[in-house]
Write a protein that binds this ligand. Structure first.
Ligand SMILES: Cc1ncc(COP(=O)(O)O)c(C=O)c1O
Length: 397
């Protein structure tokens, strides 16, 4: 019988999308589900960005763009990196793609040979290990629990490095934990990397602007790191543009050239109209970004204070992104009389079916003792969700 390739068979389906789908099905049956499983801002794209897209359509931005993206967009990204991050790049060091997701995948695909190792701190964004597997590389998972605020130490990084290590994927602010590496913590990791100049850092900074501790720090800002770092970023989270699908890499020209070659055979340049919208996002007023950030910060404070009151939950103080990642292993082995909770995925399913609150179990983030809750939703939903969760958990003995 004809079958799909071994490459595809080894790929796990996206757990976050699966949970969204399951909660969508319940909603379609008329169940009042509060969805804390989504990974996107609940705001609409700011008006000036939408206007720029409409204008782009009227001006016939309807043809193939250069594979790396329009020079005007890449120049806007160069200016952003200089003004916001103090980093000097040229337009040739930027390649735009269909979202940061494709940017991460492109980078992995052009760097990783079969058998190469890629260090991925856990908890991790679900797609990283799967992308490494697609490239026939080996994900090397380095676990960082809540007691270390879900961040790896220089000693852990050092211990994970082998002659086969090709890259380190660093996500800060982090999905799913909200943890943010400080400039000092990044410097500590960079100290280790200095001894291993062949390792490339893939720095996923898609949550850069959703940061509650002040200025964003990039590992590329540390002496000696820029020429071996690929920054991944995009407009999805900062500008509430998840559906527009524009991300980018900024990095050494040899990697950018390779990504352009891959993308030229694979997808071509991303959507022309979306590129013009992204250009408007980077060159226009940044006030909406700050407004949304403030709303997320208020909700962070709300959900943290409420979740700390949930018996059995261990909660960290997320410093960025819009996720809370409580440790909930207290409930493992407990039962409501009909089912026993073995792990966080069971707990997420229990909360969906009993409390009608959709969260995502931590297994696919490399942390089976935690669940992920997105607080990119209204204050009312946050309050009601935690109330329901508390009631449902109280029934577990
Ligand atoms: C850590 C991380 N990186 C990348 C992405 C992908 O973003 P984009 O919508 O730009 O593809 C996401 C989206 O959830 C994310 O959480």
């Amino acid at each position: 019988m004809t079958q799909v390739s071994a490459r595809l068979a080894s790929l796990s389906p996206s757990a976050t999308l699966a949970m969204s789908q399951k909660s969508g099905e319940l909603k379609a049956q008329g169940v009042d589900v509060i969805n804390l499983s989504v990974g996107e801002p609940d705001f609409n794209t700011p008006e000036p960005i939408k206007e720029a897209a409409k204008k782009a359509i009227d001006e016939n931005y309807s043809r193939y763009s250069p594979v790396a993206g329009y020079p005007t967009l890449r120049n806007a990204i160069v200016a952003k990196l200089k003004n916001e991050n103090g980093l000097e790049y040229t337009a040739n060091q930027i390649s735009c793609a269909n979202g940061a997701k494709q940017s991460v995948c492109n980078t992995i695909m052009v760097l990783v040979n079969p058998g190469d190792e890629v260090i991925i701190p856990a908890p991790f964004w679900v797609s990283y290990p799967e992308m490494v597997k697609l490239a026939e590389g080996t994900p090397v998972i380095v676990a960082a629990g809540i007691e270390q605020d879900f961040k790896i130490t220089p000693a852990q990084l050092e211990a994970a490095i082998t002659p086969k290590t090709k890259a380190l994927i660093l996500c800060s602010p982090s999905n799913p934990t909200g943890s943010v590496y400080s400039a000092e913590e990044l410097a500590g990791l960079a100290e280790v990397l200095k001894k291993h100049p062949e390792i490339i850092v893939i720095a996923d900074e898609i949550y850069e602007h959703i940061n509650y501790i002040g200025k964003h720090s990039s590992i590329a800002q540390i002496d000696g790191m820029k020429d071996r770092t690929v920054i991944v970023n995009g407009v999805s989270k900062a500008y509430a543009m998840t559906g527009w699908r524009i991300g980018f890499i900024a990095g050494p020209e040899w990697i950018v050239k390779a990504v352009n070659k891959l993308q030229g055979q694979y997808t071509s340049g991303p959507c022309s109209v979306s590129q013009k919208a992204a250009e408007a996002a980077y060159t226009g007023s940044q006030a909406p970004v700050e407004e949304m950030r403030q709303a997320f910060e208020r909700r962070r404070d709300l959900i943290v204070s409420l979740a700390k009151e949930v018996p059995g939950f261990e909660v960290n103080q997320p410093e960025g992104a819009f996720y809370l990642f409580p440790k909930c292993s207290y409930y493992f082995g407990k039962t409501d009389g009909t089912r026993t909770i073995e792990n966080a995925d069971d707990l997420a399913m229990y909360l969906l079916e009993v409390a009608h609150v959709a969260c995502v179990g931590g297994t696919s983030f490399g942390a089976p003792e935690c669940i992920r809750m997105s607080y990119a939703t209204s204050d009312e939903n946050i309050v009601e969700a935690i109330k329901r969760i508390k009631t449902a958990l109280a029934a577990l003995k």
